[in-house]
Ligand binder design. Sequence first.
Ligand SMILES: *Cc1c(COP(=O)(O)O)cnc(C)c1O
Length: 430
Amino acid sequence: MGTNYVFQEFDTVELAKKYGTPLYVLSEDILRDKCREVRETFLKVYPNTQAVYASKAFLTKAMCKIIEREGLGLDVVSGGELFTAREAAFPMERVIFHGNNKSFEELEMAIDFGVGRIVVDHQEEIPMIESLAKEKGKVVHCLFRITPSIEGKTHKYIMTGQKDSKFGIPLEIETLKELVEKVQKSSMLSLRGFHFHIGSQLFENHIYEGAIEIIGKLAKELKTNQGMVLEELNVGGGFGIQYRGDEKTKPLSFFTEVIMHSVERIFKEFTLPIPKIIIEPGRWIVGEAGITLYTIGAIKEIPGVRTYASVDGGFPDNPRPALYGAKYDGIIANKAEKEKTYRATIAGKCCESGDILIWDLPVPKLTAGDILAVKNTGAYNYSMANNYNKIPKPAVVLISGDQSNIIVKRETYEDLLRGEALPKHLQGKV
Ligand SMILES: *Cc1c(COP(=O)(O)O)cnc(C)c1O
């Protein structure tokens, strides 16, 4: 202990020794604190609200259990996420099923499992859902995902609310009127309201106000002409976190206060009843609950240029820096209190020059075998992990109080080959 980097009272160097590296470490206490904040500053303050965790940020059976016990719902976007929730016995009425290209099989699965809401992302989904609902004799509760034609200030790969988007039904009043009528005529579909999701890693709150204004106008028009009552409005997620520096992540209320005030003001203005408001935070819940531990190997000093320190993971366990230039902060865990008089660029071990985790990180003098802790890796790291270069995925360890437990085993080389087969003509000796 002493000079090592401590995360939630765990000596990270000890964790690295015990479980090996690379290693994802997830703090149950931080997760539960985040969920408590959702309850105390949102669910309890505003009646008729719901919070749904966007599971694509990080999903395992253990995560489902924590989310369930904290009273939140789950947003899923694929058969695999849905299956994980079912295997964890997650209450299906709290599940919202999204996706811009749900297959017939996935929709059937969702209806068989009895998910709470299916979010219709394009118009051809309506007949698919309707025929399945008829076949199963189950009424399906839907939301329409509307593209509000609003641009969140974020990387274009995680911007979703703009008009030119693969997500959602474009804001075209005539089309929407038709779709609403179609659903109203169906005895098997129940249209509960609308959904929008502006983007991810957003730091502005007034952008939600703009989207709510647009939805309010739409709701008014559909009320007047189609008699549709907007019972629910799902405003998506996207609440940003701080990955680096001293600035703290904004409390949830920074976003939800503006959202709730806007809803109240705008719906009153349009003389519409206040709908139930649903939020879908992903990154905000899990991002800061995780760190990743690596062992530093090759250290390459290019005089007058820079020093590269390579770690035993990289792009396969965290593709975000390569994908959208995501920035992370790190610390040399076994030299946590040493002065940072050098700079090192932390490189992954993949055969890609773009496999750089952190550029020019201030560090003390490095030696092979040092342990690097990369902070705030809880969201979109494990869930985006891949096996490029046939590198096995790291284990995930959940720390809870003073306990640590593996919730996902480290992959083995055998795991990597599990799905492979040799056709007959390639078997045997040449
Ligand atoms: C990704 C996503 C979220 C969560 O986004 P975060 O930025 O992680 O909060 C919520 N809703 C939908 C529909 C999403 O696609």
